[in-house]
Design a protein around this ligand. Sequence first.
Ligand code: FA5
Ligand code: MG
Length: 416
Amino acid sequence: VVDGRKPAVPTEKKITIGDVTYERDSWTNITPKVLEHLGRNLHLQQYHPLAFLKRRIENFFYKNYPGRSRSPLFTLFDNLNPVVTTEQNFDSLLVPADHVSRAKSDCYYLNENYLLRAHTSSHQVELIRMGMNNFLVVGDVYRRDEIDKSHYPVFHQMEGVRLLTKHDIFRNENLATELPIFDPNGLRTAEKQETHTLDAVYILTKSLKTCLNELCQELFGKDVEIRWVEAYFPFTHPSWEIEVKFQGEWLEILGCGIMEQKLLVNAGADDKIGWAFGLGLERIAMKLYGIPDIRLFWSVDSGFLHQFQVDDPYTPITYKAVSQYPQCINDISFWLPADGTFTSSDFYDLVRSIGGDMVEQVSLVDEFHHLKKSRWSHCYRIVYRHMQKTLSQEEANKIHKLIEEAATRDLRVEIR
Ligand code: FA5
Ligand code: MG
């Protein structure tokens, strides 16, 4: 340890994640800093822009693809282990053994056989094997990528997979006759895979493009400027990416395509054809909420989080740059009046009216019931921050004192 900082790569022999221990080897390149992001699960937080966006996209699929007996057609997986095998992340997706995406310089390896998933596509084959035909996967993914305002080594993806039989296609498209979807003697061209008929690809592509165009309109409004760009993935053909205009530039938000038939055959779904997409939640949330830098999603600063403290994920929110000035944090603890008249929202209002915009956040950090006294106690943490200047601790203390006095007087609490 030099100058008190932790070394970038720990020297212990093993890495433990949850209950599982991984032996280090020459592939190990995971850093403690990146490991800190495991388990943060931003997409599962109650108040977080990524969680709101995730719920909005889920709802879009539930609404647009109703299943039988009112249960949604798409099944959601948002809690799968981010530690995956190289088989899951690469081989199952037909990524060639010498493909650049496997490089140590691109992924975070625990060892030769395990890595932190580099995309949610890692789970496609295992879920299809389980019998899933329509599913969404949401989770944190890890890449040794460039670092700028739209790239971060940890980000979140949502995967979508839709598989159809010949019969499904026939029914969904209201076709008079069932068209063949497989061609035993076909050739691979820019438009299609060797085993598919052009009809099948045409119908699947229409279904995929309609879905994602409508999703973009649902999220960004009817007038959103998007463009489809041809792309390459080892597990889809043909493949595309969608880009949206963000701050005057085209920003890539997702990749998608017609699933490679070989993948489906390997997963035991050889009678079906399908499409898949993988989208970046951060990139979309940046556009949706005007969040200028991808690092902000990891902020534990209440100045960021507080702007997303709403119950309805559809609330339109435009992110406002947080003041650069430091915070002052003061706690207040008191006994509630015995008559049960106190409510937290009364207290929040009182704090707002006395502290004004100097108050960035108030949160209930502790409550307990004193049996002998037969009374409740609350502790609130108040974060003070001025938008235009550095607030001194004395100034914060003064406001804090006024809040204590007002609460004692108006809400009849007893400061502890
Ligand atoms: C993939 O990850 C494919 N698995 C997507 C896919 C799924 C294709 C299913 C076909 C079928 P790509 O590497 O382009 O593709 O990443 C997908 C999206 O993740 C990007 O469009 C972008 O929105 C987001 N993304 C990629 N790298 C980063 C990064 N470093 N920081 C933030 N977002 C990123
Ligand atoms: Mg891409």
